[in-house]
Design a protein around this ligand. Structure first.
Ligand code: NAD
Ligand code: LMR
Length: 323
């Protein structure tokens, strides 16, 4: 038997309430792997967290080794294999995700410092709390012990949304759609890119949609899907976000045959500024990820890539004192 320690922050919150149960009932790890869950939330949420723990126990999962509930970062991060940084304030109707920056940035600075003190140098971190890319930048600046490749921010929700909307337009099953990636920020400037998309391995799809649908319907729909969910639900996405975290973690653990979108620390590929967390098209294997290089970027695409880069640089400037 092997054991993996997974830390989830914001464990008393909405996303965690789906995420924990998906991970424990899912198939990311082999059958002989048992999971120790370290569930972190603030002390004010201790009672809710206890209820969540009881519910996990009531599921009698085969995959569960043990549960630790805590408000101590030291306890939560120590020896963790995977740290899922979910805990942060969500936005409400009318807000942009970047409006959360000043509220949430200190959480990620303090957690970065604690992670650096207590984690292993193999620990992998997924940043979910918004604005996820800039929070990931903050974490990476405070975790010099970790290779920066170990830190990624969640863009899989955007990729899943884009694939689902695209599949529905073409009236094909979602799993047949591949090489659909999202560039840039997890925000309304992101660029869902169908220039390389394939359906069932084929890319000759020109007569199935036109440019006007892509520019006027598809791209804005994906960019604004988070706000659309908030409009309908009155609060931000939780089950679909949890499902995307599950998919992202699965890619990191098991690799992927498809191209994947994750926020990573830019090192100037595609002439995107260094020192921001930017989502690129990636090939992901069980060891690491690599940017898919040398894609043709049209002038229109280039404008989208630069607009979302500008927004990330602006976010970085707002929190520069925390870096
Ligand atoms: P929520 O308010 O339901 O839960 C957040 C939890 O975090 C609460 O239990 C709160 O007590 C806890 N928390 C706050 N500060 C903490 C700290 N310092 N340490 C540990 N826990 C802390 O929110 P939610 O719906 O679960 O969303 C969480 C975050 O995820 C939000 O920022 C939201 O915007 C973001 N989100 C990101 C994506 C994405 O694709 N990147 C998708 C959906 C939501
Ligand atoms: C989402 O995309 O659903 C999340 O980032 C929540 C939000 O604020 O939109």
């Amino acid at each position: 038997m092997t054991k993996k320690i997974i830390t989830i922050t914001g464990a008393a919150g909405n996303i965690a309430y789906s995420l924990i149960f998906r991970i424990l009932s899912g198939q990311i790890f082999s059958k002989d792997t048992k999971i120790q869950l370290n569930l972190l939330d603030i002390s004010e949420s201790a009672k809710i967290l206890k209820g969540v723990k009881y519910e996990i126990e009531d599921c009698a999962f085969d995959s569960l080794d043990s549960i630790i509930t805590t408000d101590s970062m030291e306890v939560a991060f120590g020896d963790s294999d995977y740290i899922l940084l979910v805990g942060a304030k969500p936005r409400s109707k009318g807000m942009q995700r970047s409006d959360l920056l000043l509220d949430n940035a200190n959480i990620f600075k303090n957690q970065g410092i604690a992670i650096n003190q207590h984690c292993k140098d193999t620990t992998k971190i997924i940043v979910v709390g918004n604005p996820a890319n800039t929070n990931a930048l903050i974490v990476s600046r405070h975790t010099p012990k970790l290779p920066s490749e170990n830190i990624t921010s969640l863009m899989r929700l955007d990729q899943n949304r884009a694939k689902s909307i695209f599949a529905s337009k073409l009236n094909v099953p979602v799993p047949l759609v591949s090489r659909l990636v999202v560039w840039g920020n997890h925000s309304s400037t992101q660029f869902p890119d169908i220039n390389n998309v394939q359906v069932d391995g084929l890319n000759n799809l020109d007569n199935k949609y036109d440019d006007s649908w892509v520019i006027n319907d598809f791209i804005p729909r994906v960019q604004n899907r988070g706000a659309e969910i908030i409009d309908y639900r009155g609060k931000s996405s939780a089950a679909s976000a949890a499902s995307a975290v599950y998919d992202h973690l699965n890619c990191i653990v098991n690799g992927s045959e498809d191209w994947e979108s994750m926020g990573i620390l830019s090192t100037n590929s595609y002439e995107i500024a260094s020192e921001i967390f930017y989502s690129f098209p990636l090939s992901v294997n069980t060891e690491n990820h690599k940017i898919i290089e040398d894609l043709d970027i049209s002038d229109i695409s280039h404008n989208y890539l630069k607009a979302t880069e500008r927004e990330l640089l602006h976010e970085r400037d707002i929190i520069k004192d925390l870096l």
